[in-house]
Write a protein that binds this ligand. Structure first.
Ligand SMILES: [Zn+2]
Ligand SMILES: [Zn+2]
Length: 250
């Protein structure tokens, strides 16, 4: 498999995943022209993308889906949002696995202030990628689903002190750190500590706040966990906001 973030954060999110037979995106929250260019930079033609699977309806995850001619998969509760706006609309139930060619995809509910938000695990050839961005708190379902992943793409949204002392209005701070908001670096570290396994090769920290976090703070918190596990195969990466991330191969 090849995995690569194309954009990450509140200004847009998209993750590229490739197997031997399939090429998909998790979310397409950047403009279609930028999306096409970023895919070209990793030698992928946008017309070869088999599907976009969507975590939730927020614009930073869906900006391109009404403007591209690619099958889009959304959770059933959000179909009404996209009806007659998306060319090739498909739906999934948030607890029922589905397949796209050789990819076995399992959506699962996550706590976030959207209609029917999900995370995904994507499996093929005994490999598993777990993806959760935009999740306000960690549930036992999230832990259960992310276990045994070889690659984890995890939100690490904010440093709690930076958030608390930032200029953000109080209500927005409450929303971000609330149960349906976003994960702090420490919460992400705790999740990583719980779902770590000896075959975990890559952790990609995603959806970092530009104002209330720094790549160094997010990286350090995750690395604390990796050091404590004595793992010499697990690498931690921070997804850049507006450029293509490192292309990971497993
Ligand atoms: Zn988001
Ligand atoms: Zn969101």
């Amino acid at each position: 498999m090849r995995i690569c973030t194309l954009a990450s954060g509140s200004s847009g999110n998209s993750l590229y995943i490739e197997s031997s037979q399939s090429k998909i995106l998790v979310d397409a929250g950047i403009g279609p022209r930028i999306l096409k260019k970023r895919l070209e930079s990793i030698d992928v033609d946008i017309v070869d993308i088999d599907a976009v699977i969507v975590t939730h309806e927020h614009e930073d995850h869906t900006r391109a889906i009404t403007k591209i001619k690619i099958p889009v998969y959304v959770a059933s509760e959000t179909v009404s949002v996209w009806k007659n706006k998306v060319d090739c609309l498909n739906e999934f139930e948030s607890d029922e696995p589905f397949e796209i060619k050789d990819l076995f995809i399992t959506p699962f509910s996550v706590p976030h202030d959207a209609i029917d938000p999900v995370g995904f695990t994507i499996q093929t050839d005994n490999l598993k990628v777990g993806v959760v961005t935009d999740i306000g708190s960690v549930t036992s379902l999230v832990v259960e689903k992310l276990k045994d992943s070889n690659v984890l793409v995890l939100e690490s949204n904010h440093d709690m002190n930076l958030l608390l002392y930032s200029q953000y209005p109080w209500l927005l701070k409450q929303r971000i750190k609330g149960r349906l908001g976003h994960l702090s670096n420490v919460q992400t570290g705790a999740l990583l500590n719980t779902v770590f396994n000896k075959d975990l090769k890559h952790v990609v920290l995603a959806h970092l706040s530009m104002i209330n976090n720094s790549p160094e703070a997010a990286y350090d918190e995750a690395m604390k966990i990796i050091y404590s596990k004595n793992s010499d195969i697990t690498k931690v990466h921070v997804a850049p906001r507006k450029t293509v991330g490192e292309v990971l191969s497993i």
